[in-house]
Design a protein. Structure first.
Length: 557
């Protein structure tokens, strides 16, 4: 098993130092020299897309084995050496053999993601690799089988490159297994949680596609801080079977990529009804009729929404409650809004009712989420029975191991993780406040959100996904004080999409960089089942602006 993890922290490393020569770079550079060429030119692995790979493989000038070696070289340079981003927990030990097997597949039988290196967040089950959920307690936990989406990716011909690091128990971007996950654009800043490694690895060009999971913000937040594309789909469109639960009322997997097109291709691969997930069945039964027929026939294709002029004639609500944090982010957003107008969108300023903001957004992460987590113990103890005989079976046992063993190690558990586990021992879904949440509070949240769309006749809402750039590192063993960091007390839009009885889709797309070189994204949020339309809006904006740029701290080898 090739495992990347339990490393120290790196601070104060600049682009000049990396470019001049980082530990391990020489050997990795030698492995990366002489990239296979296609179409008469050298194949460039950095920022490569699914289409680039497909053309190179179809031409016969690049093999899956060669492509895999190029990414392994970058992982050696930036994970095992150099800045040690802590973006990848495990490299698939069979990746070279599987790449060779894909090279033997005839061109006419290749799937849409043939040979494309994909990273899975380490709460997504893979029978041939551990699924740790970011916990050192689960570092050797092998699931009974693949998750639904893992199987779907393999059927499409994707190459599972490895498991991306994650915030422990889907929390902040630190874990007892990997330590702190570093932002590829600024090594003293965070990636955001909890799909930290998925976002960081794509931003650093350590893979092509990645799967994250999003309970409140865990796909879109890291994507925003790392300058990539991330989609939280309508909850239930992607099966949660084989994914470690955080809160199954809100949980969903989400595709992540460097472009909107690749995000849509990944969504095509993993979306689909799954009888093993009751929410999946209910979600597809409620799908608009025409799309339901396509879904039933396995013919959903989200790339058909990727058209220029998708924004023309749309009516977008500019959510002003989420502005006013960092002036640089506001400026980037105003520039983005001007572009949307130029592309034919009609923009309408929207201010939410203060009572709604206070109850459902400002306090949503405490009142709503605290009660929603009453289900955690039951869901978690059901899930761990699938992870093999040597894994603790109860929350009580996890707490004991953390307190008596893990907290004596160099990487102690974060208080937020331990509190989640301990609090779950004191609560129950039989509590009347839990019934009230499920039967009244969350349905009312859905009604109120839909009412905003209706009152302003909106096709989608638009806003900066974060009102602050990636914050400085702050974990149980290291806190960095950065005087350049601009704090924000503005409401956080993270829970706006997920915390309701129906999960609303949202996508983030790069909209530029601040003065410290940190990226930020523009967010589109739509009604349930508007995933395709959101992809189209994001695509139109992306193609007009092309603001995604790789980090100078992880340059070509």
């Amino acid at each position: 098993m090739t495992r990347i993890g339990r490393r120290g922290f790196v601070t104060g490393v600049g682009a000049m130092g990396l470019a001049a020569g980082i530990p391990g770079m020489a050997a990795a550079r030698d492995r990366g020299r002489g990239h296979p060429s296609h179409g008469g030119r050298e194949f460039t692995v950095e920022e490569t897309t699914v289409a680039d790979i497909r053309r190179a493989l179809d031409s016969g000038r690049l093999s899956c084995v060669e492509l895999t070696q190029l990414f392994l070289a970058r992982i050696a340079a930036y994970e095992e050496g150099g800045p040690r981003l802590n973006a990848i927990t495990t490299v698939n030990p069979r990746v070279a053999r599987q790449a060779a097997e894909l090279d033997r597949v005839p061109r006419g039988r290749r799937g849409p993601l043939h040979g494309v290196p994909v990273l899975l967040k380490d709460n997504v089950d893979t029978a041939d690799q551990p699924t740790s959920n970011g916990s050192v307690i689960l570092k050797d936990a092998y699931p009974d089988d693949d998750a639904f989406l893992t199987r779907a990716l393999r059927r499409q011909g994707a190459l599972i490159l490895g498991k991306a690091s994650m915030g422990e128990f889907a929390g902040s971007p630190y874990s007892t297994l990997d330590g702190q996950m570093l932002n590829p654009y600024h090594l003293e800043r965070q990636t955001g949680g909890s799909s930290a490694g998925s976002a960081g690895a794509l931003a650093a060009n350590l893979g092509v596609l990645a799967i994250g999971t999003d309970t409140s913000t865990s796909v879109r937040g890291p994507a925003a801080y790392c300058g990539i594309v991330g989609l939280r789909p309508t909850t239930g469109l992607i099966s949660r079977d084989g994914i470690a639960p955080k809160n199954l009322t809100f949980d969903t997997a989400g595709p992540m990529a460097r472009t909107v097109t690749d995000t849509a291709l990944l969504f095509n691969a993993v979306a689909g009804e799954d009888p093993a997930d009751p929410l999946s069945v209910a979600t597809y039964r409620a799908y608009p009729r025409a799309l339901r027929r396509q879904a039933a026939a396995g013919r959903l294709d989200y790339t058909r929404y990727l058209r220029r002029r998708s924004l023309r004639g749309t009516r977008l609500g500019v959510m002003r409650d989420f502005f006013g944090g960092d002036p640089e982010i506001d400026a980037l957003t105003e520039t983005a809004l001007a572009t949307l107008r130029d592309l034919g969108a009609e923009l309408v300023d929207v201010t939410l009712d203060p009572a709604f903001v206070e109850y459902y957004i400002v306090n949503g992460g405490t009142n709503i989420r605290r009660i929603a987590d009453y289900r955690f113990k039951e869901d978690w103890e059901r899930y761990v029975t699938t992870l093999g005989p040597r894994v603790p079976r109860t929350v009580e046992e996890f707490v004991r191991v953390y307190e008596t063993e893990v907290n004596q190690s160099p990487l102690p558990v974060a208080d937020s993780v331990l509190n989640l586990l301990i609090n779950s021992l004191r609560t129950s879904t039989a509590a009347p406040e839990y019934a009230d949440l499920m039967e009244n509070v969350l349905p009312e949240a859905t009604r109120l959100k839909l009412a905003v769309f209706d009152a302003h006749r909106l096709d989608a809402m638009v806003f900066p996904y974060e009102s602050r750039f990636a914050p400085p590192i702050d974990n149980p063993v290291q806190t960095i004080d950065d005087p350049d960091y601009v704090r924000s007390d503005r409401p956080d839009p993270a829970t706006f999409a997920g915390y309701s009885s129906v999960g609303f889709p949202g996508i983030v797309v790069p909209m530029g960089f601040g003065s410290q070189g940190l990226p930020m994204t523009l967010s589109f949020m739509g009604r349930p089942y508007s995933d395709g339309a959101l992809l189209g809006y994001a695509y139109d904006y992306e193609q007009e602006t092309t603001l995604r740029a790789p980090s100078p701290l992880t340059p070509p080898l």
